[in-house]
Design a protein. Sequence first.
Length: 390
Amino acid sequence: MLRLIILITFIESFVTAMVERGVSFYAEHELGFSQPQTLTLALLFGAAYVTGALSSHRAADFFGERRWLILLIVAHIVLHLGLAMDPSTPAVFIFNTLLGASSGSKWPVVESYVSAGQTPRKAAASVGHFNIAWSSSVVPAVALGGLLIESWSPSLFLLPALLNLGVIALIMRLPARPVHLPSDHPLQPTDCQKVRIQSLLLCSRWLMFASFTLLFLLTPLLPYIFRRLGFTPGPATAMVSLIDLARFVTFVALQRYVGWHGRASLLIWTAVLMPIGFLLMLTSDHLPLILIGEAVFGAASGLTYYAALYYAMVMKNAAVEAGGAHEGMIGSGLVVGPAMGLGAIYLSSSAGDTSTTMLATVAPFLVICTAFALWALRGTRDADHFQFPD
């Protein structure tokens, strides 16, 4: 079953990334959206994403995981076709917001299938395959999205709709419900291990929340940053995908090297690297520095994502609820990031310097997230780390 769910993950991530990351370039290039409009579009998507993620486990319990996943993919197809057939500003706002809800509800179910019924050590490998699958599809999806916008913009939505038709056939081969590891299995984490896992989970979630907030603060702004440097959507989206390439490389490294399990040091390094990458992307007018910032930020966000999902699945025994909380934190970043961007633009209308205002808005947020992340690690030392048996 793992190979099947990994294939589904790859295709769905390709579809999701193409639209989710491409719609900002589409809105700016085709509809002439201003920065506040694009940030509002992203904010509404994020708010709907949180709602879908946090309610996913209840819907999965009611319908069954496989049936609920099929219903969500059908909703994706309808919404993608709606975006292709009605390229107006109201339609983009409505359909993209509804896509946020269905995407937020989709991923917790997929994540439950990925690691259900596995011991913690095997779950780590499965989560690694899942991360590599979805992250490897994002790079070509984002790059291709820009080319589609420049050639024939409705294809940005028609291609995902077509691919999702094939995904429905794949989902039909999944079991109706994933089978979970018994609660009394001897390889379940001990109470002592759960205490440390909980600390690492809280730390990684705070840092993941920060990373997605910064990413989706930047995502609606990147079309304007690269246009300022003279790039059209085609080459711009290709260069933006360096964030995703760096994240993919990080996932591969973490999947192959298991020595980070139970350690706090890697998360502490992430707290240092993430703001450095963000600052280089936001403030630099030189392309090489922006690209370096993308690579650093992508690696840091990959570390937090992998750790947060792995520790969540171990703590909650691969339940849809665990994936829902994980995706809910991501969705919260999708809301807070654009909201901070809108606030900074509003404040800069009187101050006159958007970049300075943006930094002044982001700095307290980063300090708070980092403080909570490090506080979660109080009393833990890398000398106390553990490795799960095979």
